[in-house]
Design a protein. Structure first.
Length: 347
């Protein structure tokens, strides 16, 4: 169902106000905005329609409404603009990173700190290891009618293998051909890049492997990710979320802090970014139950085409998405400049 221009304008105003205040927004508040120029009665009618369409929620019996996950998704996709950081914020990021890191291993902890300090959200950062993670080949060997072993062979000489289920009618020759097809996409790539390349290859070339189809590709992806060595995970501002009034009840705080204690869970949150440069997941778009009323923004960074890590920010669905994205972008540019040769460091 399409939304009229008037409803879109009112909805944007409600989301803008709710991001700032965190309290339900009433028709009278919206009517006072110079850019609306509508009576409170007209706004109430439109708000009632938006609630019926799933864009607004009424938490109490008062007239105030708050945006739903659906409204925030529309807002991000339609209205969000990446904002400009202030000169003070730009200097803060550059000074923080230049002052506190001494080697590549430190960049994870330092980035987690600067992200949480600047956004007042909870940050999670995972580092991509380099040579030890690089794959040389994937081999699938049939063991019985319905079982095969997936072998991951790394440049360092290490080997990891896992059992997978395969369709009964798949023969050894076919598995050998599929192994060669998969290996073309992973050779000399770390695990994160390998996952991205296999997924891309499956989308473009899957017709060559109709007998396995998406089922076997998903099995390969799942097992590579499941058996990948856990990377360094850094956390910043773990308790920042407790500063938001909507997350101050004991049960919500306990559930969230319990999630942050689990390194594997944090790793999985960032792994869900699927190698995208930026990804925003709002409320129910998150898989973890503890994040169903929160938003997660992730960013994957590269230096000279090599992945250096994935950075994530966790906060309320009413976070300032445009500002958060601008911070993530600038931090990525700053880190890239720190490792570039020449005059870029001083820019």
């Amino acid at each position: 169902m399409s939304i009229s221009e008037r409803k879109l304008k009112i909805l944007k105003a409600i989301v803008d106000d709710y991001i700032t205040t965190g309290t339900p927004v009433g028709s009278r508040t919206i009517s006072k905005r110079e850019d609306i120029n509508l009576s409170p009665a007209t706004i109430r009618n439109e708000m009632a329609d938006l609630e019926e369409e799933g864009y607004l929620e009424q938490p109490h019996t008062s007239s105030g409404r708050r945006p739903s996950d659906k409204a925030f998704r529309l807002y991000v996709d339609t209205f969000m603009r990446v904002s400009q950081l202030t000169d003070e914020e730009l200097k803060f990021v550059k000074g923080y990173l230049n002052r506190k890191y001494s080697e590549m291993n430190d960049i994870v902890d330092v980035t987690a700190e600067v992200l949480s300090d600047l956004t007042k959200l909870t940050s999670v950062v995972i580092e991509s290891k380099s040579e030890e993670d690089e794959l040389k080949r994937i081999q699938i060997v049939k063991l019985s009618d319905r079982k095969a072993v997936l072998v991951l062979i790394f440049a360092s000489g290490s080997v990891r293998d896992v059992m997978i289920d395969v369709p009964k009618d798949i023969n050894e020759e076919y598995l050998e051909n599929l192994s060669g097809w998969l290996s073309r996409f992973v050779e000399n790539r770390n695990l994160e890049d390998a996952l991205t390349q296999i997924r891309s290859g499956a989308e473009n070339d899957l017709r060559l492997h109709q007998r396995f189809g998406e089922e076997i590709i998903n099995l390969v992806l799942e097992n590579i990710r499941k058996n990948a060595p856990r990377k360094n995970v850094a956390l910043g501002g773990a308790r920042n979320i407790l500063n938001y009034p909507e997350y101050q009840d004991v049960e919500s705080a306990k559930n969230f802090l319990t999630l942050l204690d689990k390194k594997d869970a944090l790793y999985d949150i960032l792994s869900d970014s699927n190698g995208l440069e930026f990804q925003i997941r709002i409320g129910n778009e998150n898989k973890q139950e503890q994040l169903k009323h929160m938003s997660v923004i992730t960013a994957s960074y590269r230096i000279n085409s090599r992945s250096i890590g994935t950075f994530g920010l966790i906060g309320p669905t009413r976070m300032d998405y445009g500002r958060v994205l601008s911070i993530l972008q600038f931090i990525g540019q700053t880190i890239n400049g720190m490792f570039d040769d020449g005059d870029d460091k001083d820019k």
